[in-house]
Design a protein around this ligand. Structure first.
Ligand code: ZN
Ligand code: ZN
Length: 412
């Protein structure tokens, strides 16, 4: 027996007036997901606990069976891993943005006009050169997509307990990183971040690419704003913990980072982009193919969350329908007598607030040996009546492993 866990990022929602007080999931045409609901068991999941608003990182950790409240150590290192940047257990990594500031370091644009990746790469190379002989830690700065990047600090006595330099609002001055606790490690790390911010600003403001941008009337990328300091969560990989071979089909770096630290293989997928244009068919194909070599596959779709943050419920409905078609493709091409399938969301993202919310998410689970209930539809409302009732995110994995015949008995 093998298992596939399909996660529609932020797929759950709240009632929307324009949809007759239904959610996008209730409104979408989703014959495959309804069929799974009908043949299997349904319920609700609190990704972390009732009332807690989760990020995708902690929610994914939780759905993989880890207690995120105990192991989570910030976003930066996970995202760095997801971008293929090597991170070791003593490193501290930050998510960064190239931004635009005036001469008083007041932020004019948090994304430097969404600077193109090619220019950002050249700027990042200049920063790397600047930081080559930085005395307090070994520095790696790498841009990723457009204005985004990763800063990795390596050395002795560092801590992720430092605040962000990104004021998160335009018109406000770039913040000083401050230690969140009183340890010498946090104090030292904050000092490094502040010194680097100054050093990077000096390099960037005189860089020919920025001079050129200013001439063209484009906002110069003259500051690096850092946030989300993180270290690697120390967790036992799924391979060791449960003796399963696991892989992930995803585009989102943060989710890939979480899965990597959980010991899962990252499978490349043609056209998987984490955007509305992501290639759902290729994701389905990659999932089917992965079943040949792995026991457990996580297939992640980001587009549902993107539509929710963009507050576009019609587009969210469309993405749910595409996800349904993706699941249909998977189910048609696998041995349903040998495969357990679970579908859920990592959290609720409201198309009205544009934010993650704490409402529990629906879950459906089907496969050989799985009990059934009377629920016939995959939605927030219908799954509330299901036989799984209301569980925590970290309960799902043990339930699936038991159905796979991989549990170890508790007691004698
Ligand atoms: Zn998410
Ligand atoms: Zn989100």
């Amino acid at each position: 027996m093998k298992a596939i866990l399909i996660i529609g990022d932020g797929m759950a929602d709240r009632p929307i007036k324009e949809l007759n007080n239904k959610t996008p999931l209730e409104t979408a045409k989703k014959p495959t997901l309804n069929k799974i609901a009908k043949t299997g068991i349904c319920g609700l999941i609190d990704p972390i606990a009732p009332g807690i608003v989760p990020g995708s990182d902690v929610a994914t950790l939780s759905l993989l069976g880890y207690d995120a409240t105990k192991v989570y150590a910030g976003r930066g290192a996970l995202e760095a891993l997801g971008f293929g940047i090597e991170v070791s257990s003593d490193d501290v990594a930050f998510r960064c943005n190239f931004g635009t500031v005036d001469k008083n370091l007041v932020v004019l644009d948090r994304r430097a006009g969404r600077i193109d990746t090619a220019s950002a790469t050249k700027l990042a190379q200049a920063l790397q050169k600047t930081a080559k002989d930085f005395p307090m830690a070994k520095i790696l700065f790498k841009n990723t997509v457009q204005h985004r990047g990763i800063l990795r600090l390596r050395g002795k006595g560092l801590s992720s307990m430092v605040s962000s330099t990104d004021p998160a609002k335009i018109g406000q001055k770039t913040l000083q990183a401050t230690p969140i606790n009183k340890t010498p490690e946090a104090t030292k790390t904050a000092k490094i971040v502040n010194k680097l911010t100054q050093l990077f600003h000096e390099t960037l403001k005189n860089h020919p690419i920025n001079k050129e941008r200013e001439k063209k009337g484009l906002p110069p990328a003259n500051i690096v704003l850092c946030r989300g300091a993180g270290t690697l969560p120390l967790i036992e990989p799924l391979t060791q913990r449960y003796g399963i071979r696991a892989a992930v089909v995803a585009a989102m770096p943060l989710v890939k980072g979480v899965c990597k630290i959980a010991g899962m293989d990252l499978l490349p997928v043609k056209g998987a982009s984490g955007t509305y244009e992501t290639n759902f068919v290729e994701k389905a194909k990659a999932t089917v193919k992965a079943l040949e070599s792995y026991d457990f596959i996580l297939t992640h779709v980001k587009a549902t969350d993107v539509a929710s943050h963009d507050e576009k419920f019609a587009l969210k409905i469309k993405m749910i329908e595409k996800l349904d078609a993706m699941v249909n493709h998977i189910m048609k091409n696998i041995d349903n007598e040998e495969t357990l399938i679970a579908v859920t969301a990592d959290h609720t993202t409201s198309c009205k607030t544009g934010n993650h919310e704490a409402d529990p998410v629906p879950v459906i689970l089907t496969g050989p040996g799985v009990r059934t209930d009377d629920v016939k539809e995959f939605s927030e409302r219908a799954c509330a009546k299901g036989g799984l009732h209301r569980i925590r995110g970290m309960d799902l994995m043990p339930i699936m492993l038991n159905l796979l015949g991989k549990s170890i008995k508790f007691g004698a």
